[in-house]
Design a protein around this ligand. Sequence first.
Ligand SMILES: C[S@@+](CC[C@H](N)C(=O)[O-])C[C@H]1O[C@@H](n2cnc3c(N)ncnc32)[C@H](O)[C@@H]1O
Length: 255
Amino acid sequence: MARRFDEVMEQHAAEYVIALPAGATATTIPDGTAVDIPAAFGRNAPLIVEIGPGSGEQLVSFAATHRDIDVLGVEAWYPGVARCVAHAVKGDVHNLRIVEGDAAQLLPVLFGLAIGENGLRGSSEIDDRHPNSGNPRAAEVWTFFPDPWRKARHHKRRLVTESFAQIVAGMLAPGGVWRLATDWDDYAWQMRSVVETAPGLENPYRGQRPDANDPEGQRGGFAPRWEGRVMTRFEKRGIAEGRTIHDVVARRSHG
Ligand SMILES: C[S@@+](CC[C@H](N)C(=O)[O-])C[C@H]1O[C@@H](n2cnc3c(N)ncnc32)[C@H](O)[C@@H]1O
C-alpha cells in the first residue's frame, strides 16, 4: 500500500503538490516563502480551500464535478496528501492542488496575513508587504470533521479556535463562506461560539435551528446539512455510533 502511494507521489506530486521549503519543523514553513496560488493552478479561477481533507473524499469529488473551480487542500498528514493525489489521478482531476503542513502555520503565510495581537502571523488583515498578499481570497473554506481531541485537557489542540477563525477570515473574500461540520456535540458548541465571536465573521443561522442537547438551550446557530458535502467515513462513523452531525457556517462580513 505504502509503496503504491510512493509511486503515485513520484509520478504526480509535481502536478498536484505545492512544494514548500522546509520550516523549523516538518509541518511549518519559513515566514517569507513566496507561493503564487494562481501560478500553481496555471490559471485564475474561484478558489476553495479544504483544511484537513484526509484522504480527499470531499476534495476530489467536488473538484471532479466543478472543473471551473480551483480546490486547494491543506493536510498535515503525509499519507492523506498521497491519497488525495492518488484519488485525483484516478479521477482525472486537474483543478486540485495540495500543500502538506499545519494549516494554522501555513495559511497565514500562503495568504500573506498580518501579525495579530498574539504576535503571530495570522490576523484577519492582509500584510501588503508580504510576498503572498496578492494571492486571491477564497470563495469558501471547509473544515469538515476536524480531529475532536475529546479529552478536556486536549481541547486546546483543537483546530477551530478564535485565533484560527481570524486566519480563516483573512483568507476569505468578502461574502465568502466557512463551512464546518462535526459529529461531536461539544465541538459543535465551540464552533458555533467561535464563528459568532470572531471579528469579520457572521453566522447566518445565528439564533436559528436550536438543538435539544445544547447546554445553552434555545441559543441555536446551526446550519442545515450542506448538500455539497459528500458522506465521508468520518460522518458515517459518527452516525453509526449514534452521534448527531452539526453543520456550522460563517460568512466573511463585507468591509
Ligand atoms: C478526522 S480527519 C477528517 C478528514 C476529512 N475532513 C473527512 O471528513 O473525511 C481530520 C484531518 O485533519 C487533518 N489535520 C489535523 N490537524 C491539521 C492541521 N493543523 N492542519 C492540516 N490538517 C490537519 C488530519 O491529518 C486529518 O486528515
